[in-house]
Design a protein around this ligand. Structure first.
Ligand SMILES: [Zn+2]
Length: 449
């Protein structure tokens, strides 16, 4: 009997404390971890379990720690994305607040070891602009686009025997700007009034007309895929792609780029569409001047080749051939290890070659096809065209060591390029609203004839 009374008492006690727990839940504020020490320079994603029944708000005091949520209630998970660190060792604080109390999470991160280099991962998004979803040229399937990005990455890793490995990667974006998981990584399909737009208007219009297609350039490399309008200028059909050219901050200028007094710019500062444009008429691959040579011939017009080249411009590379109107042999790409040549002269040679090819079946030999890849320098020496920043006909499998150095500078300093930057703390000038920036657009490989 005594035992039973005890059980009754205990049961009563348990139910009372349960009630009391429900009541005091309001004050509970628990974090699974409040300190992360010496994280790797490569960056990572941290996960913190939070219990707070009367709700919390969170703020990050540093821009290198990004929060998945800024508020929550009950039991929730807060994810903190810590960016890679290419400067000094650093410490940052995340503050979490309920109505009653404030907690902090302290994060310390090591810098990139001296003498080493970060492998940059640049999220890329291809905005597929179409009006007819069933047209495979306007709205190509995901596998095709994923293969294009994979091919671009092979080229940046260095496929040719003399190519530099650029130590960077274009990673198909996995979340959209609102933080939603993308159904197709790296692909944003946009049904629009037309898949055709005037390329020069898209690239040069300074009225924010096309900026709605873009995602924050600090987080994504934006590629627009659409048909270049030929109604006012039929030669636009020969243009395969174009790209904006990066800026360098005045604190760390690089020759051959426009200098701006900012080390950080935002999407809302831009009046024009800072992006790569690719002409979708080349999605359905076609042979070019020497159809008997199949793949290597068709490769000259492929979207993969064009995108690889345009992203070179996006990251600060100029064409290897002379771009000077006065000097046919000038070296205008700021890289001494790329050979320059007279492109106009080459085009005459190519067009003669193509004509002979068409008219004389006995001329269609591999030896004659290979002549299309020959360039003649101004000192009359010859070389085979391999550089990705050249035009057709080219093997397009090579970046040089000096090109690599230019790209590295852009990755480490240029505003509007994803990834960690150096020298931002020393250059905090912030651009307010839209600002006038010089618009520099690099031309595409153009189909001859
Ligand atoms: Zn180009």
């Amino acid at each position: 009997m005594k035992k039973l009374a005890l059980y009754v008492c205990m049961a009563l006690y348990i139910s009372l404390t349960a009630c009391e727990d429900d009541y005091t839940n309001e004050g509970i504020f628990n974090l699974s971890q409040t300190e992360f020490k010496d994280l790797s320079h490569e960056g990572e994603e941290l996960s913190i379990e939070i219990t707070a029944y009367d709700g919390w708000v969170a703020t990050s005091q540093v821009d290198w720690c990004k929060l998945s949520d800024t508020e929550g209630r009950g039991e929730s998970i807060l994810r903190i994305t810590v960016s890679p660190n290419i400067e000094q060792d650093r410490t940052g604080i995340i503050e979490l607040r309920t109505q009653r109390e404030t907690r902090t999470i302290s994060i310390s991160q090591k810098a990139l070891p001296a003498g080493s280099e970060l492998h940059y991962k640049l999220p890329i998004v291809i905005h597929v602009i179409y009006d007819d979803p069933s047209d495979p040229r306007q709205n190509p399937d995901g596998k095709y686009l994923q293969d294009v990005i994979a091919g671009v990455n092979r080229a940046y890793k260095g496929i040719g025997e003399n190519s530099s490995n650029m130590n960077l990667e274009f990673v198909p974006a996995t979340t959209d700007p609102q933080g939603n998981l993308m159904t197709e990584p790296g692909i944003d399909r946009v049904q629009w009034v037309s898949s055709t737009m005037e390329m020069t208007d898209v690239m040069f219009s300074n009225e924010r007309k096309y900026n709605h297609f873009l995602w924050d350039p600090n987080e994504y490399v934006n590629v627009l895929l659409y048909t270049f309008d030929t109604s006012t200028d039929p030669t636009m059909g020969n243009v395969m792609g174009v790209s904006t050219f990066p800026y360098s901050p005045s604190s760390n200028p690089m020759e051959g780029t426009e200098t701006v007094p900012y080390s950080h710019l935002k999407l809302e500062n831009l009046k024009f569409a800072y992006c790569v444009s690719i002409n979708n008429i080349y999605v359905t691959s076609a042979n070019y001047l020497f159809p008997e040579f199949g793949e290597l011939d068709a490769q000259q017009l492929s979207i993969q080749n064009t995108l690889t080249h345009e992203l070179g411009h996006y990251l600060g590379l100029r064409h290897v051939f002379s771009e000077s109107e006065q000097l046919a042999c000038a070296d205008t790409d700021y890289c001494d290890d790329t050979k320059s040549y007279n492109k106009t002269e080459y085009e005459y040679t190519l067009s003669d070659l193509a004509e002979q090819w068409q008219n004389d079946p006995s001329f269609r030999t591999e030896e004659n096809f290979k002549k299309a890849f020959q360039r003649t320098c101004c000192d009359n020496s010859t070389f085979e065209a391999h550089n990705i920043m050249d035009y057709a006909y080219c093997y397009s499998d090579e970046f040089t060591a000096e090109q690599r150095m230019r790209v590295r500078h852009v990755l480490e300093y240029s505003p509007l390029i994803p990834g960690p930057k150096k020298g931002r703390a020393a250059n905090t000038r912030v651009a307010e609203g839209t600002i006038d920036l010089p618009v520099t657009v690099m031309c595409a490989p153009q189909k001859a004839r």
